[in-house]
Design a protein around this ligand. Sequence first.
Ligand SMILES: *[C@@H]1O[C@H](CO)[C@@H](O)[C@H](O)[C@H]1NC(C)=O
Ligand SMILES: *[C@@H]1O[C@H](CO)[C@@H](O)[C@H](O)[C@H]1NC(C)=O
Ligand SMILES: *[C@@H]1O[C@H](CO)[C@@H](O)[C@H](O)[C@H]1NC(C)=O
Ligand SMILES: *[C@@H]1O[C@H](CO)[C@@H](O)[C@H](O)[C@H]1NC(C)=O
Ligand SMILES: *[C@@H]1O[C@H](CO)[C@@H](O)[C@H](O)[C@H]1NC(C)=O
Ligand SMILES: *[C@@H]1O[C@H](CO)[C@@H](O)[C@H](O)[C@H]1NC(C)=O
Ligand SMILES: *[C@@H]1O[C@H](CO)[C@@H](O)[C@H](O)[C@H]1NC(C)=O
Ligand SMILES: *[C@@H]1O[C@H](CO)[C@@H](O)[C@H](O)[C@H]1NC(C)=O
Ligand SMILES: *[C@@H]1O[C@H](CO)[C@@H](O)[C@H](O)[C@H]1NC(C)=O
Ligand SMILES: *[C@@H]1O[C@H](CO)[C@@H](O)[C@H](O)[C@H]1NC(C)=O
Ligand SMILES: *[C@@H]1O[C@H](CO)[C@@H](O)[C@H](O)[C@H]1NC(C)=O
Ligand SMILES: *[C@H]1O[C@@H](CO)[C@H](O)[C@@H](O)[C@@H]1NC(C)=O
Length: 595
Amino acid sequence: MKFSKRSFYTFVCLQVFLFFSINLGCLQAGASGRETDKLALLKFKQGITSDPHGIFNSWNDSLHFCHWTGITCGRSHQRVTSLVLEGQNLFGSVSPYIGNLSFLRLINLQNNSLRGEIPQQLGKLFRLQKFFVNNNSLNGTIPLNLTRCFQLNTIYLQWNNLAGKIPEELGSLPKLEKLGLCNNHLTGEIPPSLGNLSSLTTFSATFNDLEGSIPNEMGRLKSLNSFAVGVNRLSGIIPPSLFNITSLSSLVFTANQLSGSLPDNIFFTLPNLQAFLVGGNYLSGPIPNSLSNASQLQLVDMGKNKFVGQVPTNLGNLQSILQLRFGFNNLGSNSSNDLLFLTSLTNCSNLQIFSIPRNNFAGVLPDSVANFSTGLIRLYMGGNEITGIIPVAMENLVNLIDLQFEENLFTGFIPSQFGKLQKLQSLFLRYNQLSGQIPSSIGNLTQLSRVLMSGNKLEGSIPSSIRNCQHLYAVHIAENRLSGELPEEVLGLTSLSKILNLSFNSFTGHLPTEVGKLKNVNTLDISENNLSGEIPETIGGCLSLEYLYMQGNFFQGTIPSSLASLKGLQYLDLSRNNLSGQIPKDLQEIPYLNT
Ligand SMILES: *[C@@H]1O[C@H](CO)[C@@H](O)[C@H](O)[C@H]1NC(C)=O
Ligand SMILES: *[C@@H]1O[C@H](CO)[C@@H](O)[C@H](O)[C@H]1NC(C)=O
Ligand SMILES: *[C@@H]1O[C@H](CO)[C@@H](O)[C@H](O)[C@H]1NC(C)=O
Ligand SMILES: *[C@@H]1O[C@H](CO)[C@@H](O)[C@H](O)[C@H]1NC(C)=O
Ligand SMILES: *[C@@H]1O[C@H](CO)[C@@H](O)[C@H](O)[C@H]1NC(C)=O
Ligand SMILES: *[C@@H]1O[C@H](CO)[C@@H](O)[C@H](O)[C@H]1NC(C)=O
Ligand SMILES: *[C@@H]1O[C@H](CO)[C@@H](O)[C@H](O)[C@H]1NC(C)=O
Ligand SMILES: *[C@@H]1O[C@H](CO)[C@@H](O)[C@H](O)[C@H]1NC(C)=O
Ligand SMILES: *[C@@H]1O[C@H](CO)[C@@H](O)[C@H](O)[C@H]1NC(C)=O
Ligand SMILES: *[C@@H]1O[C@H](CO)[C@@H](O)[C@H](O)[C@H]1NC(C)=O
Ligand SMILES: *[C@@H]1O[C@H](CO)[C@@H](O)[C@H](O)[C@H]1NC(C)=O
Ligand SMILES: *[C@H]1O[C@@H](CO)[C@H](O)[C@@H](O)[C@@H]1NC(C)=O
């Protein structure tokens, strides 16, 4: 090959040019890119105003930035690929320079105290796959430019102060699998475009201010595992298309304004469903018979809706069920068949919480309730029309913590065998037709904190064994037929902090001086009994009293001056007694005083 001078120079020039351009390009992608990364990291550090764990101590010149705490670089190109500084209690804001870390694949800044807005410059991170800034105090809106990061697989923004709408453009992130938005202040509707996220497995937007209806398009999310939109202001129906997504393991619609009924067969297609939570909406119609086909269910909350009809009798198929909540609906028909479904539940050996209060369930409580799982810890059946006796065999349910049977039509005795329910904390039996005595085995229940037995036909006295119940803070045994003297042991229960209500009984004798031991009680009501004698001065020891009801007895003598020292007293009724003498001067300032 023969070169002319001219072509030679052209060749050399080209060569030289090519040579330099290659090397220059190389230098630019390398050294200057690394400088850009380093500068961006230093700017990021500058944005952090407090670093209590001193993690930025290693971010100094004597160490290559690839070795700084929280930084990972690519092995060959030495560019920053991940920034992980979670749970370090960092205060400050996220520098826009972070958008220059163009090799970033992972940002994890969750569980710090970062403020201010999420910078739009993030939109330049076209390699970004995972973005965790949950559990901070970030505000502003979800940056629209984030939707330009097409590799995004996970976006965790939950537990911040973000406002504004969910950007429609999020629907164009083809690889998005997890979108966490809960516990922010997001408004507007759920964009139908999210139905395009064919890889989405988790969508969580609970605790926001979202409104409008749930788009039908959500039914196209064929990989969806968890869909949670509880505690918003969503209305309309739950799109039936959602129930066609067989991969679903959790559906959470709690506390919205959703309405409509649930088609009877919708649970046929949900073999993996573990949680179905729709409590606190306006849903109506019957509980679908297919509920038991979702045989992996662990949590069912259909409470606080307008469901009607009978509860399906095949729920015994739900072998994994832990919690069943149907309270506050119009279930049952005030007929003797209403509770037949309970017997099938004896099959549910993991049941911990069973809740059906405030419905129309009537009929005798079947003895089979005693064969519920011994793991049962909470049993709520108040506010129905349930009849019959409280089954003695319930003594088997030795793990019960809450037993709430109030406002029914139970008759017979309180079983003394309940002394075996050693873990019991609340015993709600008020407003039934129970008779007989309060069993002295109540003293066995040392964890009891609330006893509600008002409005029955209980007689005799309060057993002195109650002194063993050292965690009691509220005792209501008003409107019964209790008689005899007020037991010192009750008045000596210093744990009582909320209320002791023994009104409308037939107690006689004096008010024991031990009353002064109730130094934590807020409300003492011994009105409408047959108590007599003088009111002891020790009552001034009830230092926390705000409400004192003693009217309708036969107290005599003078009003104790110690009452005037109770600074918090708001309400004092001493009327209809036989008291005499002057009203202590300071007492006259009590907001409500009736003598
Ligand atoms: C830089 O960080 C390293 C690692 O934490 C530390 O050992 C070194 O003392 C630091 N150097 C300076 C000058 O602070
Ligand atoms: C959150 O970070 C704090 C330190 O700031 C840590 O104590 C706590 O365990 C972290 N919480 C979680 C759930 O990681
Ligand atoms: C975020 O905060 C919630 C509520 O405080 C907490 O339950 C959760 O564990 C936190 N997560 C992280 C990763 O810190
Ligand atoms: C975000 O918080 C910062 C302080 O952390 C405040 O200056 C700014 O006004 C807030 N922005 C919005 C939109 O609330
Ligand atoms: C955000 O994206 C738009 C294009 O959609 C672009 O023009 C703009 O520069 C970006 N903003 C930042 C701060 O990166
Ligand atoms: C995304 O969803 C919207 C609304 O559902 C639709 O109009 C649009 O065509 C979809 N885009 C793509 C790329 O599938
Ligand atoms: C659910 O899927 C079935 C079978 O694929 C289909 O016939 C039905 O129309 C779907 N229902 C909804 C509400 O999408
Ligand atoms: C639903 O469960 C019942 C038994 O409770 C069973 O007979 C029926 O075949 C199941 N249906 C489907 C579609 O799985
Ligand atoms: C009890 O559970 C078994 C599965 O362990 C199931 O085959 C049976 O049908 C259930 N019985 C009732 C009454 O639900
Ligand atoms: C339930 O039925 C009984 C009669 O069987 C009736 O006295 C009662 O009022 C009914 N209660 C309700 C809430 O309908
Ligand atoms: C009281 O508790 C003991 C166990 O501490 C138990 O053996 C006893 O049966 C209980 N008494 C009653 C009356 O339930
Ligand atoms: C990248 O970050 C922006 C701020 O978002 C700066 O203005 C730029 O100067 C910076 N670019 C480089 C190369 O560091």
